[in-house]
Design a protein around this ligand. Structure first.
Ligand code: NAD
Length: 290
């Protein structure tokens, strides 16, 4: 396939490199980052998109996505697919999909989980929204860049799935960290706490697979001085998107709102920026009730 790739940052560059390694022709554009080896560099986003069968965008936010979409849709060939893998607000995903349809194109929103390691290893999970035909056109690319792709529904459904998943992830991480901090103050050994909870009704992915306590459970960012992993800053971005969506949909999300405020103060007022999102544990441990 001929692929245009716009946004070659931490995630986009390794994803584009994997497409090249699989034999696709990739033309890339980024306002700051260089093209990885094997990706030919275009002078603009519109140039990267012209003549492509699929144009992939991997950008920081919805405002940038909307502006890039306005640049590339007029140069894309009729019937081509705009595959957006960025994490953005549901409204932007739907607006961009509508603009693509109006321009005679197809669109898929397919945010990812798996982080930089998943992008490099080709093991991302894609959560996709869009028509069945457009989703199926992207499946060969999902197979190269990832290990799983779920077609979640129409335009915006991929973004909806992503922010709901990450809202649960933040809430369970906070719960797991709170409980460890309480257990510490009650004199309970952390490994005993893990042995009990990981096999009891308090178990969760955050306890069992990504334990926030160093030296306990499987290897996790806690064992590497809380280097990300999944940075608290990125979790804050996703939580804000969940709250923006909840406001738009009039959904009552009190724990999502509380998690957003906790990660906001951790990242903006404390020392959480650039640390893994599981570093909530030392944060709670260092605090008292008042
Ligand atoms: P990044 O900041 O490393 O990359 C974004 C790239 O977009 C940058 O290189 C930037 O120069 C480029 N860019 C900005 N405006 C542009 C424009 N107008 N035209 C062309 N290029 C432009 O971010 P990232 O970590 O690669 O994340 C990309 C997306 O993936 C984000 O939406 C993020 O939320 C999501 N995501 C990231 C991770 C992660 O672990 N990093 C995990 C899952 C999802």
């Amino acid at each position: 396939m001929k692929i245009g790739f716009i946004g070659l940052g931490n995630m986009g560059a390794p994803m584009a490199a994997n497409l090249v390694a699989a034999g696709h022709t990739v033309t890339g554009f980024d306002t700051a980052a260089p093209c990885p080896d094997g990706v030919s560099s275009a002078a603009s986003a519109a140039d990267a998109a012209a003549n492509a069968d699929v144009v992939i965008t991997m950008l920081p936010n919805g405002a940038i996505l909307r502006s890039v979409a306005a640049d590339i849709h007029p140069t894309m060939r009729a019937g081509a697919v705009h595959l957006d893998c960025s994490t953005v607000d549901v409204d932007s995903a739907r607006t961009v999909a509508e603009a693509a349809r109006a321009a005679g194109l197809d669109a898929v929103d397919a945010p990812v989980s798996g982080g930089i390691g998943g992008a490099a290893g080709g093991t991302l999970t894609f959560m996709a929204g869009g028509s069945t035909a457009a989703f199926e056109a992207c499946v060969p690319l999902f197979d190269i860049m990832g290990q799983k792709a779920v077609h979640c529904g129409d335009a915006g459904a991929g973004q909806a799935a992503k922010i709901c998943n990450n809202m649960i992830l933040a809430i369970t991480m906070i719960g797991t960290c709170e409980a460890f901090a309480l257990a510490d103050k009650l004199g309970l050994d952390r490994s005993k706490m893990f042995d009990v909870v990981s096999t009891s009704s308090g178990y969760s992915w955050t306890m069992n697979a990504y334990c926030p306590a160093p030296g306990v459970g499987p290897q996790s960012p806690a064992d590497n001085d809380y280097k990300p992993g999944f940075a608290a800053d990125l979790m804050l971005k996703d939580l804000r998107l969940s709250q923006q969506a909840a406001e738009g949909a009039d959904a009552d999300t009190p724990l999502g709102a509380a998690a957003t405020e906790l990660y906001r103060s951790f990242v903006e007022d404390e020392d959480g920026a650039g640390r893994d999102f599981s570093a909530m544990l030392p944060r709670f441990s260092a605090r008292s009730r008042g």
